[in-house]
Design a protein around this ligand. Structure first.
Ligand code: HEC
Length: 282
């Protein structure tokens, strides 16, 4: 997964560099080159180092803009819908192996019956964790890499990223899955939500430096959900992913308030005590 990502970025970085950057290196570039050569490095080594520096720069420059997810982990209804979305559309391929159904049920205020009926499709007991329906060895063979576990993905990548990833699939005839993704170029995840979102194409413009700029999506076929409904779907799903990446978030916050209150009360008592003890010492 990481390797495709880097391959994609490196490919982009290098192609940008090949076409135009080397030409634009100009004075600064040649000074760096000379310095590196002067330092006793072989010319090719110097070029490699320079290429690396430039690729990093190109990488930073091609960071995609992310639309904010705007989700709210305190919204239980949204979390319940997100859990349903995840179990229906994602858990076929993705596990969330640090999440137990019974913990989930407690956190999302679901009864055991609701849990069993609505979420536990491939589990028997409520203490089981969320496993992918698909065997991971096969998944790795089919997709090139196993679909990553989703327990911590929202923390690893950020909620905005995941939101844009879910919304970012667009038609690409050169890709084996028929689609590519705006935020993860060359992804091997298929557009699993095509029935809901429909298909879209992405418009990219290329500026005079050869850098691609994302201009927007164009809807090609309609899905069963409107654009707003699909945004809600993605937002709820991201919300659920953020929730499972830190289920104790709300407990931690409540505890934090209590700790602060204790510290304040303790400080008052301590300062009164200090005054009492020191009152005769002048
Ligand atoms: C058909 C199998 C399949 C289904 C269903 C599926 N995914 Fe994926 N997913 C993958 C594969 C394969 C990857 C690895 C892609 C890569 O690294 O190029 C992946 C990667 C991801 C990533 C990580 C992207 C990154 O930056 O590394 C996220 C987030 C994700 N999927 C979210 C979801 C969500 C949310 C759903 C449900 C709406 C879902 N996936 C359903 C196969 C699937």
């Amino acid at each position: 997964m990481v390797s495709t990502r880097f391959a994609g970025l490196a490919r982009r970085g290098l192609s940008i560099m090949d076409s135009s950057m080397l030409a634009r290196l100009g004075r600064t570039g040649s000074i760096i080159m000379r310095r590196l050569s002067l330092a006793g490095l072989h010319r090719t080594a110097a070029a490699t180092v320079l290429a690396f520096i430039l690729t990093c720069g190109a990488h930073a420059a091609t960071e995609v803009e992310l639309e904010p997810a705007g989700n709210d982990p305190d919204n239980i209804n949204s979390l319940q819908r997100g859990a349903r979305n995840f179990m229906n559309y994602c858990s076929g391929c993705h596990s969330a192996k640090y999440v137990r159904f019974n913990t989930l049920g407690r956190g999302l205020e679901l009864s055991e019956d609701q849990l069993v009926e609505n979420l536990m499709f491939n589990a028997e007991k409520t203490f089981e964790t969320i496993q992918a329906a698909m065997p991971m060895n096969d998944a790795a063979r089919w997709f090139g890499q196993p679909p990553p576990d989703m327990s911590l993905i929202a923390r690893a990548r950020g909620t905005d990223y995941v939101f844009n990833f879910i919304k970012g699939f667009y038609l690409d005839p050169d890709s084996p899955t028929g689609v590519d993704n705006r935020v993860l170029a060359g992804t091997s995840m298929p557009h699993v939500l095509w029935e809901l979102q429909g298909y879209q194409t992405a418009d990219y413009s290329i500026d005079e430096n050869g850098t691609e700029h994302f201009e927007g999506f164009e809807q090609v076929t309609e899905g069963s959900l409107s654009a707003e409904e699909f945004d809600e779907f993605a937002r709820d799903t991201v919300n659920f992913l953020e929730y499972i990446s830190e289920p104790v978030r709300s407990t931690r916050r409540v505890l934090g308030v209590w700790v602060l209150m204790f510290l304040i009360v303790f400080w008052i008592i301590a300062s009164m005590l200090k005054k009492q003890v020191w009152k005769d010492v002048t």
